[in-house]
Write a protein that binds this ligand. Structure first.
Ligand code: RP5
Ligand code: MG
Ligand code: MG
Length: 271
């Protein structure tokens, strides 16, 4: 079974706080870890932000765990999460940190990840084929994240009440495109995607009480004449953007590579 890696045994992002060590064998809550005493941390700047929950214990904060809480989705794709001492518990296991860290929500923080792909093409316009496997080579739109410099799917958080399909398109436009041009091409393209993954994200911001989850969709431009032909432009969370050649050597943020592998499988592309 899956064990998170990027949210363990490191310094918590944008802080000087060392996570309490969590060796592989002690990730799952079912393993007894007598000495486990993670530091408690919630980044000071998230207090009072409109996108963030109040602190647990605030009188006017009465969260409805494991359900739709007004417009805020507190349902996890990983099933019912436990509440202990008023705190939601990470469904995968220990992270070495309690509190919310940099995340706005206690419990699941919902994101959406648009995997926009096209075939890699030769100068003459023909599709590039890997000579060993005879498989077509795929490219994806990847952004380089400001927060950890890693290449990633241009995903983002689902706003309260927002439809996933809207988040996917909005985040792609904010992070990877010049949003004000080619509206028609973009609308048509994002109207048909395939759901690839939904569930927990092994994100470096996760804590014992707050974690990322995502819904990833693939939008594939088979002819290369739709979004495949548009100029990319990095914005918002993105320091850089490019069409990234996909193969088994690429490294991506969080567990995005697992999502990409699924796209590769479905499109029967070179890996
Ligand atoms: C990831 O963080 C998710 O898979 C998604 O790509 C992203 C959302 O957070 P921000 O990009 O808004 O920081 O782990
Ligand atoms: Mg983002
Ligand atoms: Mg964003």
């Amino acid at each position: 079974t899956f064990k998170h890696i990027t949210c363990r045994n490191n310094i918590y992002p944008k802080s000087t706080l060392q996570r309490f060590p969590v060796p592989d064998d002690f990730v799952f809550w079912s393993a007894e870890y007598v000495n486990y005493s993670p530091p408690i941390y919630t980044a000071p700047h998230i207090n009072g932000q409109p996108w963030a929950d109040p602190d647990i214990g605030c009188v006017d904060f009465q969260p409805k765990w494991n359900q739709l809480d007004g417009a805020v989705n507190r349902v996890s794709f990983n099933g019912i999460y436990k509440i202990e001492n008023g705190l939601p518990i990470n469904p995968i296991g220990r992270t070495g940190l309690s509190g919310r860290g940099l995340l706005g929500r206690w419990g699941p923080n919902h994101a959406a990840d648009p995997v926009v792909t096209r075939w890699k093409r030769n100068a003459d316009g023909s599709v590039s084929i890997n000579s060993d496997t005879q498989k077509k080579m795929l490219q994806m739109v990847a952004i380089q994240r400001h927060d950890n410099n890693m290449w990633a799917i241009p995903g983002g958080m689902v706003d309260p009440g927002e439809k996933i399909t809207a988040t996917l398109k909005r985040e792609f436009m904010e992070e990877a495109l010049d949003s004000f041009e080619n509206q028609k091409v973009i609308e048509d393209f994002f109207a048909k995607g395939n759901e690839i993954y939904k569930g927990y994200v092994d994100d470096f911001r996760n804590t014992d009480n707050a974690w990322m989850e995502t819904v990833a969709y693939n939008f594939h431009d088979d002819s290369g004449a739709q979004v495949g032909k548009l100029a990319l432009s990095a914005g918002d969370d993105a320091a850089n953007v490019k069409w990234l050649d996909i193969d088994s050597t690429i490294k991506l943020h969080a567990n995005h590579i697992d999502i990409i592998k699924e796209v590769i499988k479905r499109l029967n592309a070179y890996w």
